[in-house]
Design a binder for this molecule. Structure first.
Ligand code: ACO
Length: 399
């Protein structure tokens, strides 16, 4: 029933590539990945160097503007984004409309979508001032929205941002602080979260970023495009994996199962079980971010007294996988999400916030990619074709 004649007539050639395994949809100067070698660079800088020496704000600037900022540029950037952290008061009303037990990811994507209604002076994708304005607004307001979504999910009062604090500090206070009471920040948690956000900041044409570009290619504004990206990130095969990893570890623990027995189930593909936090479309080697996350987990869990038993199960699963033919042949290694959940849990975040933390990190990448797409004169509206496999022409027979 496959009929490719019309496509061939139009284009002379047809490429069938489900999942875009080998189709490039963009030329990009932002992020370089060599999946076979396990290399990741932002604008040419190795992720290991950025994670060790820079800050999330600096990396945000780098991704969006292409160069590392000078001290003065960074300070200006910091001031501009800090000034915009407050949400329109009526936007706050949205949070009251969601059910008490709503997952914070759809709350986040809905509120980001609603920014198009509150900030109508920054919607034109081809006006550079407006694009700058929506960039600052997103960078400043998404952490506030994310903290509100957290408070909403906990049934606790929301805190107005404190602009004496930087982005990461403000977000932590927004989640764990109590109105009118001082909040004491733990510098080790601030630093670890900052590093985790750097590690998530961009990853070329992953599912959510490709979504941001596809939506944006119709000239939809940045808020609308990024709201779509947040929804793409929600799925367990993408950003939702960090939440799914912890769920998997807890189930193994609760059932008193040996990691080896769980691995057997995975290998038999029982009920489609996968080892969550393992495997990657691009990395066929150790994900370089996972290596850094593992180091952070070692340090932070020892310091904060994380869940040793779950960490132990995770390490045993990893060890088993690295020795097992099933995983070796398929080149399945831990990805960035295998250990992040354990760190977030030790920091005090509930599981449903894990993917929100991923979204916070990925935000600069989405913005940088959306801007690159809009500025590229060769951008065309994203419009895949299909191979039609339905019925051939037939006559309507009447009821
Ligand atoms: N556990 C067990 N087997 C796996 C896993 C896994 N985590 N991942 C892939 N496989 C197997 C598949 O069953 C398949 O086996 P087969 O050849 O016998 O059919 C083979 O490896 C190839 O898998 P695909 O699904 O074709 O690989 P793809 O590149 O399409 O998928 C993905 C990549 C979605 C990340 C996959 O590895 C997966 O589902 N991992 C678990 C979820 C996860 O951790 N996602 C986070 C990704 S990273 C991120 O978004 C930040």
């Amino acid at each position: 029933g496959l009929n490719i004649a019309p496509l061939l007539k139009e284009t002379g050639t047809v490429t069938y590539d489900p999942g875009f395994m080998n189709t490039a949809n963009a030329k990009s100067a932002i992020t370089y990945i060599d999946g076979a070698e396990g290399i990741l660079r932002y604008r040419g800088y190795p992720i290991e160097q950025l994670a060790e020496h820079s800050s999330f704000l600096e990396v945000t600037y780098l991704l969006i503007y292409g160069e590392l900022p000078t001290a003065e540029q960074l300070s200006d950037f910091d001031t501009l984004t800090r000034r915009l952290t407050l949400l329109h008061e009526e936007l706050k009303g949205f949070f009251g409309g969601f059910p008490r037990d709503a997952h914070p990811m759809p709350v986040l994507s809905s509120a980001v979508s609603a920014l198009s209604t509150f900030y109508q002076d920054s919607l034109d994708p081809y006006d550079t001032d407006q694009v700058e304005r929506s960039t600052y607004r997103l960078l400043a307001k998404v952490p506030t929205i994310a903290a509100y979504a957290y408070k909403k999910s906990m049934g606790q009062p929301m805190l107005y941002p404190d602009n004496e604090l930087n982005l990461v500090e403000n977000f932590l206070r927004g989640c764990f602080g109590v109105p009118a009471e001082p909040y004491e920040l733990d510098p080790a948690i601030v630093k670890a979260l900052d590093t985790l956000l750097i590690l998530h900041a961009d990853h070329e044409q992953n599912c959510s970023t490709a979504t941001v570009r596809l939506v944006g290619s119709s000239q939809a504004n940045m808020f609308a495009s990024i709201s779509a990206g947040i929804n793409a990130l929600f799925g367990p095969a993408h950003g939702g994996a960090n939440e799914a990893v912890l769920k998997m570890l807890r189930e193994i623990q609760a059932e008193g199962m040996k990691p080896e027995d769980f691995m057997e189930k995975v290998k038999k593909k029982e009920a489609g079980i996968r080892l969550m936090g393992f495997g990657h479309r691009v990395y066929k080697n150790y994900d370089p971010r996972a290596r850094i996350v593992k180091g952070l987990a070692d340090d932070l869990l020892a310091r904060l007294g994380g869940d040793d038993e779950l960490f132990d199960i995770a390490q045993r699963l990893e060890q088993k996988a690295l020795e097992d033919d099933y995983f070796v042949e398929r080149k399945l290694y831990p990805n960035v999400d295998f250990y992040t959940g354990l760190i977030y849990k030790a920091m005090g975040f509930p599981e449903k916030m894990f993917t929100v933390l991923f979204a916070l990190g990925r935000l600069p990448g989405w913005i940088a990619q959306w801007r690159e797409m809009i500025e590229d004169p060769s951008t065309k509206i994203g419009r895949p074709r299909q191979l039609y496999v339905g019925a051939a022409e037939r006559n309507y027979p009447g009821i």
